[in-house]
Design a protein around this ligand. Structure first.
Ligand SMILES: N[C@@H](CCC(=O)N[C@@H](CS)C(=O)NCC(=O)O)C(=O)O
Length: 249
């Protein structure tokens, strides 16, 4: 069901597709509503920066929008919600071709599976939760009183978050399982599709890089275990610092 204003919901495609003749040169007015540390937002930034689309990043939810999550991307007055839908919708414009069926399968798997499993691994561990909270400044109080409590409350908070993620994502697998499955799909290829970095490579790094930037302990170990660390590093060094929002205004 669309939102009252006809906007797409999570996992739902745009009711009215973007004009088929739009090219990158037509993307003149692009605004990303985001938080700099939010994984799906970092992923969208990674795609925009890698494909050299100039955009403005606004911290926080889009004011007045029926869709109340982030990221939301406004493109020439059209609103796109959900990072997987954003990637799928923009692919023909920014990568010059639509996602293949295999890529679309993985874009969804990474967004609705791997990313959530990584969040659960990170926030379900009191030490990594504290590291992440420190990285984003929660424990400095800019999220108010509760942020200041994080260092003390982390052990309980991590249990609560883990339970909430399980409840909201029935059937969620452990992160190791998603990574193993991805490695099996990737095989010995250098990039997911073709001879150069493609959308799924960018998404893979985009959903995980912030855990590394936050200094959490699980991410490199998990990538190493799945034999994906070299792949991850090689893609990451070719991306223009998506976590720092290099090309946004
Ligand atoms: N599937 C969505 C997930 C979006 C999402 O859950 N965003 C979180 C921040 S990372 C959010 O907006 N949470 C606030 C809320 O649920 O109200 C996507 O990939 O864009």
């Amino acid at each position: 069901m669309p939102t009252p204003s006809g906007l797409n919901l999570e996992r739902e495609e745009l009711k009215e597709p973007l004009p088929a003749d739009w090219t990158k040169a037509d993307l003149k007015n692009v605004t990303l509503y985001q938080q700099f540390y939010s994984m799906p937002c970092v992923k969208v930034r990674a795609h925009l920066t890698y494909t050299l689309v100039h955009f403005t990043a606004r911290e926080g939810k889009k004011p007045g929008s029926d869709y109340e999550k982030i990221p939301v991307l406004d493109v020439n007055g059209r609103q796109i919600n959900d990072s997987a839908i954003i990637v799928k919708t923009l692919a023909p414009i920014i990568y010059g071709r639509p996602l293949t069926d295999e890529e679309w399968h993985w874009e969804q798997r990474l967004t609705y599976g791997t990313m959530i499993a990584a969040e659960k691994t990170c926030f379900g561990d009191a030490t990594d939760l504290k590291k992440f909270a420190h990285y984003v400044g929660f424990d400095k109080g800019w999220h108010g009183f509760w942020g200041l409590l994080i260092p003390i409350a982390a052990p309980i908070l991590s249990i609560v978050i883990k339970k909430k993620l399980d409840k909201n994502n029935p059937g969620l697998l452990p992160l190791d399982d998603y990574l193993k499955e991805y490695k099996a799909a990737l095989g010995d290829r250098e990039y997911f599709t073709g001879n150069s970095i493609g959308p799924i490579d960018v998404s893979f790094v985009g959903i995980l890089v912030v855990f590394e930037k936050a200094g959490t302990s699980f991410i490199k170990a998990a990538l190493q275990k799945a034999k994906l660390l070299q792949y991850y590093n090689s893609i990451k060094m070719r991306l223009p610092n998506p976590w720092e929002c290099a090309h946004c205004g």
